[in-house]
Design a protein around this ligand. Sequence first.
Ligand SMILES: [Zn+2]
Length: 493
Amino acid sequence: MNNKIKRRIWAFIIASILTAFIALTTYGIGKLLTKQPTLTPLQAAAQNYGTIKLDCNYSETSHILAVNQTTTYINNATQTLYEIRFHLYGNAYQADATYPAVAPSEIDRAYPNGFDTGYAKVSTPHILLGGYDNTVITVPLESGLKIGESIDIDLQYTIKLANIKHRLGYTDNTVNLGNFYAIPVVYDNGWQIYPYSYNGDPFYNEPYNYDVTITAPDGYTIATSGTEIGKNHFQGYLLRDFAIVMSRDFKTLKREVGDTMVTYYYLNDDIPDISLYTACNALAYFSNTFIDYPYPTLNIVQTDFLEGGMEYGALVFLALDVTDQLQYQTVIVHEIAHQWWYGLVGNNQIRTAWIDEGLAEYCTAVFFETHPQYGKTLASIATQNKNSIKMFESIMDEYGVNYTRQMYKSSSDYRMPTEYTINTYARGMLLFYAISEMVGYENLNVALAKFATANCYSFGTINGLTHTLEDNLGYDLVKFINNYLAGRQDTVL
Ligand SMILES: [Zn+2]
């Protein structure tokens, strides 16, 4: 081989190496440039859902919350939409509301400093504020929103909080911002609009992703449904709704359960470590039994609240005035059970309140059955519920007041809060208990896990629930459940 040929071969080898090097480098840089941030499974599941962005500013002196909201709304209906509707509940707190937030019998207990009024005002032009007590916003669209298309809708509004121990209100201890923003109405063969109701939780929500900032006076500790990603900036994915509670007096205690940080915000609790322990036990038990809790945080928040507790996405209210310790632990478990029944698996809480309340009550009882350190059993809780029903019916009979055992009812159609509570909580729990007596609670747990998997981030219905249970457990459960819901609770399975 002469030198000329050698030089050519070397030149060829060097050129090839250079070309390969340049190609590889370019490919590497290209790969780096196009590399997408890794999504968590929750973020990946959230891609097909809308987003609600809230920019909130709270004045401690006027008790007014000013909100700038941008909603990315996706048309998941089966037809083009020419308007989008939202529920905005601030006006349910007006003095003359037709569908008030508080039952007349509860007014003294609800307003610590005498009756007070709250309201909502929307400043966005070209929208309508109407519906029951002006709690419904209608946004007309310039052109139709076709199936699968999305649109960004801006809304500006202010909410004047009432001085009330309620979902939305302030007291000397806390500021509760529950159901405070404009939430899109579910479109399901038409807009599913319901009035506010003091019976139960008058809500029917789809999951959304949230990006929330809140400006509040210095010194407030802020608990929210989201994860804090910057100062007072919170994000959450696939939450059934987004709540905020603020206080100058919160103490906190936290513990990790799996990938979730559980934080207890409390004002007055002699055994906060036990309350956090109960919350962590409940989270772990329901995660292992049904489906994994997917959120990075769970905040349990003690606050001024009229009822025992209230469920929100990744956050629960616990009423400050529940002083009995075992009762308080029971409220913690019940509200955390709602993270599965109401939260991950939604339902129409107005028309089928017994699904989420009955399941939350029943699963709380199963939690106690499997955690003997609390001294309650599934059977003892069932007996308590049977006794509550007997007592309610005997009092009604004594005073000659009509009542119903019918559970196919909207919560607002019950004539009094006790009748609602008996029919959704007590009879609801006993429905699932009757099935567990027949098949064993472990087998019912497995069937409920299937129901949860099939309906996660969506809605469970009476049909879906009864057929899932029947398919997985055998027995003529559809007939039994239909009879039970129709008020024939002595039907034998
Ligand atoms: Zn409940």
